[in-house]
Write a protein that binds this ligand. Structure first.
Ligand code: GLU
Length: 421
């Protein structure tokens, strides 16, 4: 292949719109409604200055997008990453709309991002950036309007700074303006583990549906951040063998099994999973092609594409990440009989416990972890059953099943509200 023939990078927003179009077509959605739901409601771009430790002022660019507010306030995380683009944030915001509708929680969809590699910032610079970014987007934010949360590279500490910044402007403490906070500040028990826990609930259901015994199953996990590392631990707790994991620096594999806790300790000490004793170092591409029963992409968009979909050996793909599979790859996996648990269902545990956190904050209440996990299981199990039923009814993959449920719910709400003025 010559350089001219190298494929253009896949645009997440085009992917998101194609996924929507497919569902809208199948639902025979009213053309006007289709035009409304196909675009975000609001897109805000901000350029803002931050004092750097060396005395310089640096200007950063960030975004907050609200895709749809039909079913409630906008909800969705904020990511910090050097490759963030407005189109990516638009896609992630649209996926949040469908995600909240799939699990039936009363939110619309939003997302934010800042173009920055946070690993290159000191703690003071990170705080300065976070506080100023939150101030800049505060024209859209509020506990009844738009409630951010963690996403790639953003932490409970950053949520605490967001909450404090907003509260300082209001003159009183507003815990419900952001979720994923530390427990000491009105964060919910179980929120940190919620994305992974919800993902594993769906894997348990998928395995039961397919007749796979998770106790003898093998698992590969791409991404070893909040979602990936905890998913690996929870799969091991189910009795499965975690045979390969990776992070942004590369992966490791040991077909006899890896101890997810020890890998996490190793990553904390060395900044990478690679070099883990007893495992061979592999690339992220090899990780995805590892022979296993369950593959959990828990990193970024567009990892499983037309190029590698034929080489995926897993029987179940559980999308803990947002948008890891392209539409072309979806089709190939479906034809090959791979069972896909789509992102808007699979990783909805995170936003579901964010919803619990917000409800607790608004009611000045605090639930036990047991209570949170039990409520999460009820919601995830029900959403899984509804999506499976829809996909079987129409003879489509689980992603399209999930979209049919989600788009119909948002469309109904939008149509019932009517067009103003
Ligand atoms: N960033 C997470 C997601 O993509 C969580 C969003 C939230 O809790 O609002 O679903």
């Amino acid at each position: 292949m010559t350089t001219e023939q190298v494929a253009a990078p896949i645009n997440a927003w085009q992917v998101a719109q194609r996924q929507f179009d497919l569902a809208a077509e199948m639902l025979n959605l009213d053309p006007g409604l289709r035009r409304v739901l196909r675009e975000p409601r609001r897109e805000l771009t901000v350029h803002f200055p931050v004092h750097m430790d060396d005395g310089n002022v640096q200007v950063f660019t960030g975004f907050r997008v609200q895709h749809n507010l039909g079913r409630g306030p906008a909800k969705g995380g904020i990511r910090y990453h050097q490759d963030v683009t407005l189109d990516e944030v638009k896609a992630l915001a649209m996926w949040m709309t469908w995600k909240c509708a799939v699990v039936g929680i009363p939110y619309g969809g939003g997302k934010g991002g800042v173009i920055v590699d946070p690993k290159k910032l000191s703690k003071k610079e990170l705080e300065g950036l976070s506080r100023r970014f939150f101030t800049e987007i505060s024209v859209l934010i509020g506990p009844e309007r738009d409630i951010p949360a963690p996403d790639v590279n953003t932490t409970p500490q950053i949520m605490a700074w967001f909450m404090d910044t907003y509260s300082m402007h209001q003159g009183y403490t507003v815990p419900g303006v952001v979720t994923g906070k530390p427990i000491s500040l009105g964060g919910s028990e179980g929120r940190n583990e919620a994305t992974a826990r919800g993902c594993v609930f769906t894997v348990v259901k998928a395995a039961a549906h397919l007749g796979i015994d998770l106790k003898s199953a093998t698992v590969a996990v791409q991404g070893y951040g909040n979602a990936g590392s905890i998913a690996a631990q929870l799969m091991a707790a189910e009795g499965s063998t975690v045979v390969a994991v990776s992070d942004s620096t590369g992966g490791i594999r040991n077909m006899a099994g890896l101890d997810p806790d020890k890998v996490l300790a190793w990553k904390k000490e060395h900044g990478t999973v690679q070099g883990f004793p007893g495992a061979e170092d592999i690339s992220n591409a090899e990780l995805l092609e590892t022979p296993c029963d369950v593959l959990i992409p828990a990193a970024y968009e567009n990892q499983i594409t037309a190029r590698n979909a034929m080489d995926i050996k897993a029987r179940i793909v559980a999308e803990a990440a947002n948008g890891p599979t392209t539409p072309e790859a979806d089709e190939i996996l479906y034809q090959r009989g791979v069972f896909m648990i789509p992102d808007i269902l699979c990783n909805a545990g995170g936003v579901t416990v964010s919803y619990f956190e917000w409800v607790q904050d608004l009611n000045r209440d605090h639930w036990t972890e047991k209570e949170v996990n039990a409520k999460l299981k009820v919601i995830m199990d029900q959403a899984f059953a509804e999506v499976l039923a829809q996909s079987q009814k129409h003879g489509v993959n689980m992603r399209t099943g999930a979209y049919l449920n989600a788009v119909q719910r948002v469309a109904d709400a939008t149509a019932m509200r009517g067009l103003y003025p």
